[in-house]
Design a protein around this ligand. Structure first.
Ligand SMILES: Nc1ncnc2c1ncn2[C@@H]1O[C@H](COP(=O)(O)OP(=O)(O)OP(=O)(O)O)[C@@H](O)[C@H]1O
Length: 304
């Protein structure tokens, strides 16, 4: 019962077709109050399509879509959300302050212009024309516009693309403040560290279905393999026979190794070749996680 009170939006068995292509293939997704959900997946996985159904911008061909228990096109439901999409068309001649005033006027309990500008780090840009701002500044203004209506559910589609490190950190701080206030947030991102820094829950989509759901750590554990790269004269054929090495190959002057027990391999490697240099050790990135999950799920095979 408590669970159902906390659900702010949901997709149940949602199907969306574009001609012969199934962009969503029976997708189930629930969004809860105060929770940041990172919606991840490779290009074309269906993330934007899922968001556009929840926003009422597109209709599902089958299944159920609810926003605050209502149809997503219901104006009362729409007044409770904020949106920052990848592309937005804003009147170029208006100043940032005018855009904020105009947007806030659509909402019943909007934040003040100063508070919105402050949270998004655009207080010094209020009198500037939107069109004359840099790409990163425009993204921050779009964030201010998304939060000015005091939304209970906020959609952020790759919000930090084009932002410098300081702007990204500020946006992360504002996002944390919003969730602490109870706002639910759906974040799509191609940066694993962004999901890691912010998300309580991660859903990975692939070909319009949920491939995996859980914490970021659980997601990483799907792909425990660590990549080790170095310059060494050791023979790759011999290395591939070592226990704890799942792959050994030569990459130009470098050797590339995959291992689920990198500490053991590193100790042995440094002992075996004292001249070893340019050592790099890194965990799997999102792209590798997606590839692995897609392979595990057998979606590629089915689609072929
Ligand atoms: N308006 C449309 N007409 C035809 N096909 C579409 C349309 N919108 C999306 N698609 C297709 O639906 C699938 C899902 O697209 P979607 O944009 O939802 O993916 P995504 O996960 O958001 O990808 P990205 O990471 O590239 O933003 C893709 O194969 C895409 O080509």
């Amino acid at each position: 019962m408590i669970q159902s009170v906390a659900v702010v939006a949901s997709l149940s068995g949602a199907v969306k077709r574009y001609g012969a292509l199934k962009a969503l293939d029976g997708l189930d997704l629930m969004l809860h109050r105060g929770e940041l959900l990172a919606l991840l997946g490779p290009n074309g996985a269906g993330k934007s399509t899922a968001i556009s159904l929840l926003l009422g911008l597109a209709r599902a061909d089958a299944g159920k879509v609810e926003l605050f228990g209502r149809d997503p096109q219901d104006i009362e439901a729409r007044r409770r959300i904020g949106v920052m999409l990848q592309s937005s068309f804003l009147p170029p001649t208006l100043t940032v302050g005018e855009l904020l005033r105009l947007t806030a006027s659509y909402y019943p309990a909007s934040r003040s212009i100063d508070e919105s500008a402050d949270m998004a780090g655009v207080a010094d840009l209020l009198s500037r024309r939107y069109a004359a701002l840099s790409g990163g500044q425009q993204r921050r203004v779009q964030f201010a516009l998304a939060l000015c209506g005091r939304p209970e559910l906020l959609f952020l589609d790759e919000p930090t693309v084009g932002m410098d490190i300081e702007a990204r950190q500020k946006l992360w701080a504002a996002i944390r403040r919003l969730t602490a206030e109870g706002c639910a947030i759906v974040l799509t991102t191609h940066y694993l560290e962004e999901a890691e820094a912010l998300a309580q829950r991660v859903v990975v989509l692939g070909k319009g279905r949920v491939l995996s759901e859980g914490s970021v750590d659980a997601l990483r554990s799907h792909v425990a393999t660590t990549r080790i790269r170095c310059i060494s004269d050791l023979d790759v054929a011999a290395l591939s026979q070592w226990s704890d090495i799942s792959l050994a190959e030569r990459d130009g002057t470098h050797i590339l190794l995959h291992s689920d027990a990198p500490e053991k391999v590193l100790r042995r490697l440094l002992d075996a070749d004292p001249a070893l240099s340019e050592l790099e050790v890194r965990r799997a990135g999102l792209a590798e996680v997606f590839t692995e999950l897609t392979r595990e799920s057998g979606i590629e095979k089915e689609a072929a």
